[in-house]
Structures are given as structure tokens and as C-alpha cells.
Design a binder for this molecule. Structure first.
Ligand SMILES: [Ca+2]
Ligand SMILES: [Ca+2]
Ligand SMILES: [Ca+2]
Length: 208
């Protein structure tokens, strides 16, 4: 029988299989890369949470050195994400205050809950007293405490750490799905320091 090359090609289905394989290969690769990327991100997040927890536990103690703890936190995160940028925001408030609430009035002459200016309390025509408040974040105004004073405070103070980590993705998945080659995570914790000594009183200011 004579060999007919064109008929053989027409009947050959191997090429179709290669095309089909190529069609599913690309999405399959993206899917595998995506799964690995999600796993890596979960790992970095879990290491970050652990590192933040270790740091906040360390700062509850007397004589805690925040800078040593923060250096260790950065090192822990960079062990799993070497390219990581670690942004640390620390703040503290007096135990009688809390994050997200308005600074407490310590003197409210007319009991209206508002920080009022000087009034004449003894009727001599001279304004002599005004309302006062605990300036927890020491910024000179009565405000809602968001970050607190930029330190870990002292005994019995409440410390808040917010750590933002930005790092390179494990795989260049952004080339397929868009977005940045870097990704990130954020962790925040609040702890109260141990009452190892008398608490330092926050600055009291009076409205001028
Ligand atoms: Ca008042
Ligand atoms: Ca007066
Ligand atoms: Ca303030």
C-alpha cells in the first residue's frame, strides 16, 4: 500500500492533544503559583503575628528595651521574607485611658463634659480657672487617642503595637493577574504593662 503523508497528518490526533495541553497548562501554572503564593503569604502573616506577640509580651516587663525587641521582630520577619520592609508604630496610654477614646477631663468646672476656657469662679471679675484634661499623647490638644505617646510608656500603661510588613511576592504571579510585585500584611496588638512601680501620671493641661 502506498504511503499517503497528507492523509496521515489529517488523521493524526497527537497535535490536537498538544494544543489542548498547552491550553490548560497556562491556567494550571497560574493556579499552582497562586496556591504557593497564598501559602507563602499565610506563612509570613503567621510569623509576623508570632513576632508581634513575642515583642508585646516582652515589653510588658520592667526595664523592657523596646529597641532590642523591635530589632528581633524585624529579624524574625526577614528570616522568612528577606526583602521585607517592617514599619513599626508603637504607642502607649495611661491605664485610665484607652485607644480610640477622647482624652479624659480631670477638671470640668461646669460639669458639661466639654473642655471650656477660663471662667471667673470667685466673682472678682478676673477669670481664674479653666477645665483641664489628661494629654495622653502629649500633643497639646484634647483629642481622641489613636496612637498614644510614641513609647512603650511605664508601669501599668497600655501599649499598642502596629506592625506593617511589605515584602516581595514568592513568585511573579502579578505578571498574570496584575497588581504589584510586592504584597504585605499588618498586625496589631494591645497589652498592659505590669504594675512594677507607681504609674507615671500623664501630663495634665488646662485650657487657656
Ligand atoms: Ca466644661
Ligand atoms: Ca476670679
Ligand atoms: Ca492630646
Amino acid at each position: 500500500m502506498r504511503y499517503r503523508p497528507f492523509t496521515a497528518i489529517a488523521k493524526n490526533q497527537r497535535g490536537a492533544t498538544v494544543t489542548e495541553f498547552a491550553l490548560i497548562l497556562a491556567p494550571l501554572c497560574v493556579m499552582i503559583m497562586g496556591t504557593m503564593e497564598v501559602g507563602y503569604q499565610a506563612y509570613v502573616r503567621s510569623v509576623t503575628l508570632g513576632a508581634v506577640e513575642t515583642l508585646t509580651r516582652a515589653v510588658t516587663l520592667q526595664n523592657a528595651d523596646a529597641s532590642v525587641g523591635e530589632t528581633e521582630l524585624r529579624a524574625q520577619i526577614r528570616r522568612v521574607a528577606p526583602s521585607a520592609t517592617v514599619d513599626i508604630v508603637r504607642g502607649s496610654v495611661n491605664r485610665y485611658n484607652s485607644f480610640g477614646s477622647l482624652e479624659r477631663l480631670t477638671q470640668d468646672l461646669n460639669n458639661n463634659g466639654i473642655l471650656d476656657g477660663p471662667v471667673d469662679t470667685d466673682g472678682n471679675g478676673v477669670k481664674d480657672k479653666s477645665d483641664c484634661w489628661e494629654d495622653v499623647d502629649n500633643n497639646g490638644v484634647r483629642n481622641i487617642v489613636t496612637t498614644g505617646a510614641n513609647s512603650i510608656g511605664g508601669a501599668d500603661d497600655i501599649v499598642k503595637y502596629t506592625v506593617t510588613v511589605t515584602y516581595d511576592r514568592l513568585l511573579p504571579i502579578n505578571r498574570f493577574i496584575g497588581g504589584s510585585s510586592r504584597t504585605g500584611t499588618q498586625a496589631s496588638t494591645v497589652v498592659r504593662r505590669q504594675p512594677f512601680e507607681a504609674q507615671t501620671a500623664p501630663t495634665i493641661r488646662c485650657k487657656s
